[in-house]
Design a binder for this molecule. Structure first.
Ligand SMILES: N[C@@H](CCC(=O)N[C@@H](CS)C(=O)NCC(=O)O)C(=O)O
Length: 279
């Protein structure tokens, strides 16, 4: 049994998404970093760097901090979501790119642009530019590929799971995903996964997965790029609309149930019109 110590942040979600993808039982312990719970001595014994997430594997007694290490440990232990051969190292390369670049730099964007806007023009410009550079690199990497690492179109791996929760904060980062179309395709592809939707709400539900603007989704549907299973996951977009069915659907608090009702509702319907063309 794995114990996960986490909070509702991109780093926390990387590991809960992986655990959901693995489909193994795990116990969640909330460490509310807004209440400084990461400094509790009991947590520091597991994660001396006082950052979430961390895990304890009760089978071996080992504990780990740092998402890169945790994800490699779990992927290795269950021999899943890791690439083989040479591509293993490509996957590690991109995992390290996330750990050393995408995460820390976008974290700075959140600090300057989202939480402290107007306090430091230099900080905002510097980190926004670096964030955009990283989006550009990811966009180039994903051109012609479904996933970040792996032969040919790629294999869904921990490299994707590490990057995705950071990209999910594109609104905080003032990033328009239409400027990075390969990232947007990849983002939607992963957002459609049930395990990702579940892992996103650990340790508790905050918001639905953020989605590109409705107008962008529209053009996607028309181009046939979004398929039925991805539609099931974008109930969150529909939820913000004023359609009465959507409202009643929103009343079911559980995301999973809502997703299912979205799917049922969409079966055999001209869902485009019904879900998105609302006032
Ligand atoms: N590189 C670390 C980053 C972990 C991290 O930055 N965690 C943040 C939340 S996303 C945290 O615990 N912050 C609490 C604090 O700054 O005291 C990892 O990958 O695990």
């Amino acid at each position: 049994m794995i114990d996960l110590y986490t909070w509702t942040t991109p780093n926390g979600r990387k590991v809960s998404i992986l655990l959901e993808e693995l489909g193994i039982p795990y116990t969640v312990h909330s460490i509310d970093i807004s209440k400084d719970e990461q400094f509790e001595p009991s947590f520091l014994k597991i994660a001396p760097n006082n950052l979430i997430p961390a895990i304890v594997d009760h089978k071996t007694g080992s504990h780990l901090m740092k998402t890169g290490a945790i994800m490699m440990y779990l992927a290795n232990k269950y021999d899943k979501f890791q690439c083989a051969g040479e591509e293993y190292w490509r996957m590690v390369e991109w995992l390290m790119w996330q750990m050393g670049g995408l995460g820390p730099m976008l974290g700075q964007v959140h600090h300057f642009v989202k939480y402290n806007k107007g306090k430091s023009a230099y900080g905002e410009e510097r980190f926004s530019a670096e964030g955009k550079r990283l989006y550009r690199i990811l966009n180039e990497r994903l051109a012609g590929r479904d996933f970040i690492a792996g032969a040919e179109a790629g294999t869904y791996s921990i490299a994707d799971m590490a990057c995705w929760p950071w990209v999910s904060r594109f609104e905080w980062q003032e990033i328009d995903l239409k400027d990075f179309p390969h990232v947007r395709d990849w983002y939607l592809r992963i957002a459609a996964r049930e395990a990702v939707q579940k892992g996103y709400s650990v340790p508790k539900f905050t918001t639905e997965e953020p989605m590109p603007r409705r107008s962008q989704l529209f053009s996607y549907l028309l181009k046939g790029k979004l398929h039925f299973h991805s539609l099931a996951s974008i109930g969150g977009v529909a939820k913000s609309a004023t359609n009465s069915w959507i409202k009643s659907s929103a009343a079911t608090s559980q995301w999973q149930r809502q997703t299912q009702s979205t799917r049922q509702r969409l079966t055999g319907r001209r869902f485009l019109v019904e879900v998105f063309c609302v006032p």
